[in-house]
Design a protein around this ligand. Structure first.
Ligand code: ADE
Ligand code: ZN
Length: 345
């Protein structure tokens, strides 16, 4: 006879597994503020502005790849025209983070997408900071900001952004980032080298999107031209064995986003995802959501996806969470607290 325990539906054990991964102490190190709009919010803001949705609601979040997705970000971010809306997004971001059991995040935001704020970077950072500060006051996790260039910008625009960040010295800003479409921009490592050098000299960390829309050569440029402390995606490094060895030897962490890679067509299936061979080769890898609301990702869900596909043990999952904490730009106190909690998981 089947016992009640044995007959429990698979969904129950799946839900338990997900709850356990939610409880895993971890950091998120590759996630964009631009990727946190949900459809209801976008529809509400578009209606208030008298702006039409770019396509019907049912298909609003269907993207034809990275270029189409980045165009959508310009439209969505264009709706966030007030300080209150930016603060609301930032607060909601922290709540989402807490709901996934993350104790810290480095969040990327790219000023080029937010047209209502062009030319007003200090006010923009101030508004986002207000949302994160209110969230932290309410017990939600701390967040650092990585301010991002777009791959298609010029060297002059990059210099201007770094000048502004250095003059501002805002305590919320932890890093200079670069994102966007490398396939459209071509090879741009040398173009941004000086901006990244100056950011590093001014005490900012450096995080670089590469090896998503570029091949391994983009990852190499991220290391050699841009001095990356961390690489966002980096999955196409797998195509170059010497580069994989370099990432492992120098302990350069990759902020990998499995669901994003599937939705945007970077990899064909989770079983074929390079995260597993990269991890086995000794590259520090973490799991992240990239643009969670827009791409249908959640942090514990991405852990579960990989854990199931690669049959990871508790120790292997714990090691990935430890990498996420070590790779983050959190301060030592936050890292210590998270590591202590992780040891108890
Ligand atoms: N900006 C937001 N999401 C991105 C991604 N996956 N790649 C490049 N730039 C982005
Ligand atoms: Zn990204």
């Amino acid at each position: 006879m089947t016992s009640p325990a044995n007959s429990a539906p698979a969904a129950t054990s799946g839900a338990d597994a997900l709850a356990r991964l939610r409880a895993l102490p971890k950091a998120e190190v590759h996630v964009h503020l631009e990727g946190t709009f949900d459809v209801d919010l976008l529809e509400r803001w578009a209606r208030a502005a008298g702006v039409a949705l770019p396509r019907p609601r049912e298909r609003l979040l269907q993207f034809e790849g990275l270029a189409d997705f980045l165009d959508f970000l310009d439209w969505a971010c264009g709706l966030a025209a007030t300080r209150e809306r930016l603060a609301e997004l930032a607060y909601a971001f922290s709540a989402r983070l807490a709901a996934s059991g993350a104790g810290y995040a480095d969040v990327i935001f790219n000023p080029t997408h937010w047209k209502a704020w062009h030319g007003r970077l200090p006010a923009m950072i101030d508004a986002i900071d207000a949302g994160f500060a209110a969230a932290e006051q309410d017990g939600l996790p701390p967040v650092g900001l990585c301010v991002s260039l777009l791959r298609t910008q010029s060297a002059d625009a990059a210099a201007e952004l770094v000048d502004a960040l250095v003059a501002l010295r805002h305590p919320r800003v932890v890093a200079l980032s670069i994102d966007g479409n490398e396939a459209a921009a071509g090879r741009t490592g040398p173009r941004f080298a000086e901006a990244f050098r100056r950011a590093g000299a001014a005490g900012l960390k450096r995080t670089v999107h590469a090896g998503e829309s570029s091949g391994p050569e983009g990852v190499r440029d991220a290391i050699e031209c841009l001095g990356a402390d961390r690489i966002d995606h980096g999955v196409r490094a797998i195509e170059d064995a010497a580069l994989v060895a370099l990432l492992a030897e120098r302990r350069i962490p990759l902020g990998i986003c499995p669901t994003s890679n599937l939705v945007l067509g970077v990899v064909a299936s989770i079983e074929a995802h390079p995260i597993e061979p990269l991890r086995r080769a000794g590259v520090p890898v973490s799991i992240n959501t990239d643009d969670p609301a827009l791409l249908g990702a959640c942090l514990e869900g991405d852990y579960a996806l990989c854990r199931t596909a690669f049959d990871w043990s508790d120790d292997e999952v714990r090691a990935i969470a430890a990498t996420s904490i070590a790779a983050s730009f959190a301060n030592d106190d936050v890292k210590r607290r998270l590591n202590e909690a992780l040891a108890r998981w």
